[in-house]
Design a protein around this ligand. Structure first.
Ligand SMILES: Nc1ncnc2c1ncn2[C@@H]1O[C@H](COP(=O)(O)OP(=O)(O)OP(=O)(O)O)[C@@H](O)[C@H]1O
Length: 399
């Protein structure tokens, strides 16, 4: 099941959208339509699915149609054609009351300009949505309080927004969306007005909160670094169309076209990260003690084709492939003798930039060892690439 499903959604602004739609469907370009009719194609045949709990980012330059698209999702803008399903219900065919209900119950919204009421204090702002839903005072204050704590603003309940910094104001905006307890958060350039350090903090915290609360997030940004850092998947838009949908890794490794690869070329690779910051625990480890049979079972359980072998003190011994494990099992060879020697090891403080060459040379992940040769983690080539680009925290990097 998808949480949000957008199906062939198109929005044309201007006097005669239906006529322009026909031309668009016959292959006319956005520019042609604008020149001939004065109509603007905001979104052109956009389709995507967002899974429950997914962090889905829509990224594109100014004018590419991101804001129009997110406003079509909660139907602040009426589509010219296409459908939007929230929990399998078609938002585009709801009547006014059903729509209001669906927005309140399902779609929390966080804006770039915070959208706070200056005359209300923090609790008053956070509880606002609940108040208009008629939630009784004690309950709404309890919920507001929890959301305020979730975003790290405990102690500021009675402050007024203008006493708070930009970052804190955006936390209030986020708390307000959280207090309504919708499964979905729609975030339109929510961090774009913040200065870079505060922005990074907010990104980190949003990722943590999203994981903790299991929210589905649809996040709009014009910043590729932000998109790559936050998104489980990213949709890249150009001229109203989605030109590629993929994980950060897929987009970095296989840009769908020149437009995307030009973006990717420009991402900031200057951040100095080391091995420790991108390594992750290997999914499976084994010891000699269980023998090849245990190793094979562990690999089968997680669908891996190789496994790292450590001794009882976690000291790294080598990598065992499933083929070698099966051979060791059948021919009764000790595991020590079939370990793969072609594994590169490194220390936690090695800069990632030093590891790119190594990673290109080996098909196995690089192994990070401490001074006592204990296995701390592993790093894949993709993690190095995305770590270099993004400055990701170690537990955010997946491969
Ligand atoms: N109400 C409107 N009337 C006419 N044209 C519009 C309207 N809203 C948006 N557009 C046009 O639709 C296209 C997409 O705009 P949109 O605001 O969705 O892009 P965006 O990617 O969000 O850009 P930005 O980050 O600058 O807001 C643009 O060409 C824009 O001029």
């Amino acid at each position: 099941m998808s949480k949000i499903k957008v199906s062939e959604l198109t929005k044309i602004f201007g006097p005669n959208p239906k006529q322009s739609l026909e031309r668009l469907n016959k292959g006319a370009s956005k520019d042609q339509i604008l020149a001939d009719t004065g109509n603007t194609v905001g979104v052109n045949q956009a389709s995507f699915d967002v899974k429950p709990g997914e962090f889905f980012v829509i990224m594109g330059l100014s004018g590419s149609g991101k804001s129009t698209l997110i406003r079509l999702v909660n139907r602040l803008i009426e589509p010219t054609s296409g459908h939007v399903y929230i929990d399998d219900e078609d938002i585009t065919s709801m009547n006014k009351n059903e729509l209001i209900e669906a927005r309140r119950k399902k779609l929390g919204m966080v804006f770039q300009n915070f959208g706070l009421f200056p005359h209300r204090n923090v609790v008053g702002n956070v509880a606002y949505g609940l108040e208009i839903q008629g939630v009784e005072k004690q309950e709404r204050e309890q919920k507001a309080q929890k959301a305020i704590e979730d975003v790290g603003l405990k102690g500021y309940e009675s402050s007024s927004p203008n006493e708070l910094s930009g970052g804190m104001q955006q936390r209030v905006g986020l708390a307000r969306a959280l207090a309504n307890d919708t499964d979905i958060l729609l975030m339109d350039e929510a961090f774009s007005a913040l200065d870079p350090l505060i922005r990074k903090d907010m990104q980190d915290e949003l990722l943590k909160l999203q994981k903790k609360l299991g929210k589905t997030v649809l996040f709009i940004t014009h910043d590729l670094d932000e998109a790559l850092k936050l998104g489980d998947r990213i949709a890249i838009m150009k001229d109203g169309q989605i030109v590629q949908i993929g994980s950060s890794e897929e987009i970095l490794e296989n840009p769908a076209n020149e437009y995307v690869s030009n973006f990717v070329k420009d991402v900031d690779r200057s951040k100095v990260l080391d091995a420790e910051q991108v390594m992750r625990r290997p999914e499976v480890l084994t010891t000699y003690k269980g023998g090849p049979r245990t190793a094979i079972k562990k690999m089968e359980d997680v669908g891996a084709s190789s496994i790292f072998v450590v001794d009882r003190d976690d000291q790294f011994q080598g990598l065992l492939t499933i083929d070698d494990a099966i051979r060791a099992y059948k021919e009764e060879i000790p595991m020590e003798e079939v370990l793969n020697q072609d594994v590169h090891t490194t220390t936690p403080t090695t800069p990632l930039s030093d590891l790119i060459g190594v990673a290109a040379d080996t098909k196995y992940p690089i192994v990070v060892l401490d001074e006592e040769q204990k296995l701390l983690g592993i790093i894949s080539r993709v993690s190095i690439l995305s770590g270099l680009v993004l400055g990701k925290e170690k537990d955010e990097v997946t491969n």
